[in-house]
Write a protein that binds this ligand. Structure first.
Ligand SMILES: [Mn+2]
Length: 292
């Protein structure tokens, strides 16, 4: 357990919590952890990231993204005896509520399985969207440890159940079954090996990839040298400026209608990871704001 002081909203040391009807960004903390298969701790992720956000500079180097309004919602927590489907349904409802207020949902996990909920809500609200996934793993398993609600299956559910196009970045730990699925379904993406060895900074999305995109960032897409605080770290991941440049290239090419940052598992002595996640979130807010 991390010795954090409770802080209720993103950037609470610097700003008041935003007005829900008048904030461009709605932060939705989701301390959900159920199916983690290796190291645990993602349930503490949202609180740790929000606590770390108080160390951010309001000025992101270009402007002050918080001026667009950041409203942090109450955490969507699992209540006792609630099934995964039930909490995902409540999370989808919260996401839809934010979309109806004209806001961009910013979901903070929690394990990666939660992504299904905001993506389904965005799809329900906007129609067809694309999903861009930064991750060491494909998360395309049909079932894992007896459940389709596992973090290892979340992208498979998005492809199979929501039938949405997906673009995967940073993959370097996939099963044979997943590799075959990627080949058969022709799922586009950029492997970590190619990204790192060729120092790629711009994503080439397919021409027919939807205009509106949801970006899901599993922090294990980053290299463990800068992001060791995650359940299933894999060597050979993306660098800090690399992921920022890639995200900027997404903002340049498409409209980000929501994003999430998941799978941070706070660890004692590694508090820079929480700050890294908070800074990543704030940097993306700035990119989106500059485009608007
Ligand atoms: Mn993942």
């Amino acid at each position: 357990m991390i010795d954090n002081k409770q802080s209720d909203w993103f950037l609470s040391s610097e700003i008041e919590n935003g007005d829900p009807g008048n904030s461009l960004f709605h932060v939705i903390p989701v301390p959900y952890e159920d199916t983690v298969s290796y190291g645990g701790g993602t349930a503490q992720g949202p609180e740790a990231i929000i606590f770390a956000s108080s160390q951010l500079e309001l000025w992101d180097g270009t402007e002050n993204p918080s001026a667009a309004g950041i409203f942090t919602k109450k955490p969507v927590e699992r209540v006792e005896y609630e099934s995964p489907a039930e909490i995902f349904s409540r999370l989808a409802g919260e996401t839809t509520d934010s979309l109806q207020k004209g806001a961009i949902p910013v979901v903070i996990g929690g394990e990666h399985s939660i992504t299904f909920a905001p993506v389904s809500a965005c799809c329900g609200y906007f129609g067809e969207i694309g999903v861009i996934q930064f991750d060491a793993h494909a998360d395309l398993r049909k079932e894992y440890e007896g459940s389709k609600f596992s973090h290892a299956c979340v992208m498979r559910r998005i492809v199979d159940e929501l039938e949405l196009p997906v673009f995967q970045v940073g993959l370097r730990g996939i099963s044979r079954e997943e590799a075959e699925f990627i080949a058969v379904r022709k799922i586009p993406g950029l492997s970590a090996r190619k990204a790192v060895l060729e120092a790629v900074t711009v994503l080439n999305l397919p021409a027919d990839f939807p205009e509106k995109v949801f970006v899901t960032i599993d922090v294990d897409g980053l290299d463990p040298s800068i992001m060791p605080a995650t359940g299933t770290p894999v060597p050979g991941g993306l660098g800090w400026y690399q992921i920022l440049s890639m995200l900027q290239s997404v903002v340049d090419q498409r409209e980000i209608i929501g994003f999430d940052v998941v799978e941070l598992a706070p660890a004692a002595g590694l508090h820079y990871c929480e700050f890294t996640a908070a800074q990543l979130i704030y940097q993306i807010m700035g990119m989106i704001l500059r485009k608007n």
